[in-house]
Design a protein around this ligand. Structure first.
Ligand code: DQA
Length: 150
């Protein structure tokens, strides 16, 4: 069985580091990617990390994960709150899905409280910055029996 974990990032996450640092922190997406690669190696899983500002491209990548990836970690950015197309693509996937947000979306504006992604996700981690991605990787690896906690 493939041990590849796909990590998808949605719109504006390419701006991390300079985008509203008071909300999202100073970490860059490249820094989060490097941390995920390191943790993936330690956990014995292959990590593929991508970002797109385009809803359609994210849908395409979710579809392509079918049969090629063992788990999906997704921070869909603002599409989290709007995209039935992304939800439908996620519902068509038969692998575990972990939702991540850097900020605590429940502490923010009302329109961020609804997540379409959550309706397809096994679990959601929010409010811990880039560390949330590493928590999601641990949760995914735990399913394969390779996490540090067993
Ligand atoms: C976000 C939260 C979303 O509400 C927002 O639109 C983002 C980032 C987060 O990681 O905290 O782009 O997904």
């Amino acid at each position: 069985m493939t041990r590849k974990i796909l990590i998808l990032n949605g719109p504006n996450l390419n701006l991390l580091g300079t985008r509203q640092p008071e909300v999202y922190g100073g970490e860059t997406l490249a820094g989060i990617e490097a941390a995920c690669a390191g943790r993936g190696e330690a956990l014995g899983v292959e990590v593929e990390f991508r970002q797109s500002n385009s809803e359609g491209e994210l849908v395409d990548w979710i579809q392509q994960a079918r049969g090629t990836c063992a788990a999906l970690i997704i921070n869909a950015g603002a599409y989290t709150h709007t995209s039935v197309a992304i939800l439908d693509a996620l519902l068509a996937l038969d692998i575990p899905i972990y939702e991540v947000h850097l900020s605590n979306i429940h502490r923010r504006e009302d329109f961020r409280h609804n997540s379409y992604v959550s309706k397809a996700a096994e679990g959601m981690i929010c409010g811990f910055g880039g560390f949330g991605y590493l928590m999601a990787l641990e949760a995914a690896a735990r399913r394969f029996g390779t996490s540090s906690e067993g």
